[in-house]
Design a protein around this ligand. Structure first.
Ligand code: AP5
Length: 214
């Protein structure tokens, strides 16, 4: 099963990716997590990406396409994968097609901008695994600690309101056109397109996904 999770920053892609990974046993490919790992390791890519991400901008298509091509070729992707945060521009989607990477489902999470800004203020993440929490809507069992490892949770550098608003503007300009792109792919019989109301409770969104995907 090959799935694209499409939606604005903070729409709940990473949260539902955790659910889908557990349920279907397929790996999550989060370009954001890959870039944050490179930043942590201090690689040249990480140093370059940090400036761009902190400014709420997108990393170049060339770099991202290279990262994803390499990742989907790994053995654990044989039975499928979840693309979280990729593709994010039309050239990225075209590059997937050109490289013969097809998808079975494209799932759009629909959430209004103001709800996203409010959500991001309460987001906490476990940097080691990418697990995501919210202080009110999806709290960890112990405040400030990851449920699985007990390690500290952090606030992402790009979750300050000013940067979130910039990321939302870029989403509308560069990523939202992918909605029409994948609807057209679905009309051509190349994928299935599903639009979900991402403002429902986390468990309700997961239940709807399970219904859709079987
Ligand atoms: P990335 O890490 O991909 O961030 P994003 O797409 O902006 O998405 P987020 O991780 O912020 O949100 P999400 O939808 O996963 O929401 P979450 O589940 O955490 O990218 C970061 C940066 O990397 C980019 O800005 C760019 O610079 C670069 N980059 C990455 N990919 C790239 C690419 N392909 N091309 C170019 N550049 C790229 O949920 C958010 C919060 O809401 C959490 O606190 C969660 O607990 C809570 N929540 C989730 N669901 C619900 C719900 N149903 N109800 C209430 N609260 C909820």
């Amino acid at each position: 099963m090959r799935i694209i999770l499409l939606g604005a920053p903070g729409a709940g892609k990473g949260t539902q990716a955790q659910f889908l990974m557990d349920k279907y046993g397929i790996p999550q490919i989060s370009t954001g997590d890959m870039l944050r790992a490179a930043i942590k390791e201090g690689t040249p890519l990480g140093l370059e990406a940090k400036k761009v991400m902190d400014a709420g901008q997108l990393v170049s298509d060339e770099i991202i396409i290279g990262l994803v091509k390499e990742r989907v070729a790994k053995a654990d992707c044989e039975n499928g994968f979840l693309l979280d945060g990729f593709p994010r521009t039309i050239p990225q989607a075209d590059a997937m097609k050109e490289n013969g990477i097809t998808v079975d489902h494209c799932i759009e999470f629909d959430v209004a901008d103001e709800i996203i800004v409010e959500r991001m203020g309460g987001r906490r993440v476990h940097p080691g695994s990418g697990r995501v929490y919210h202080v009110v809507y999806n709290p960890p069992k112990t405040e400030g600690k990851d449920d699985v490892t007990g390690e500290d949770l952090i606030i992402r550098d790009d979750d300050v309101e000013e940067t979130v608003r910039k990321r939302l503007a870029i989403y509308h300009e560069q990523t939202k056109p992918l909605v029409d792109y994948y609807r057209a792919e679905a009309d051509a019989g190349n994928t299935q397109y599903h639009k979900l109301d991402g403002t429902q409770a986390v468990e309700a969104v997961s239940a709807q996904l399970a219904d859709l995907l079987g």
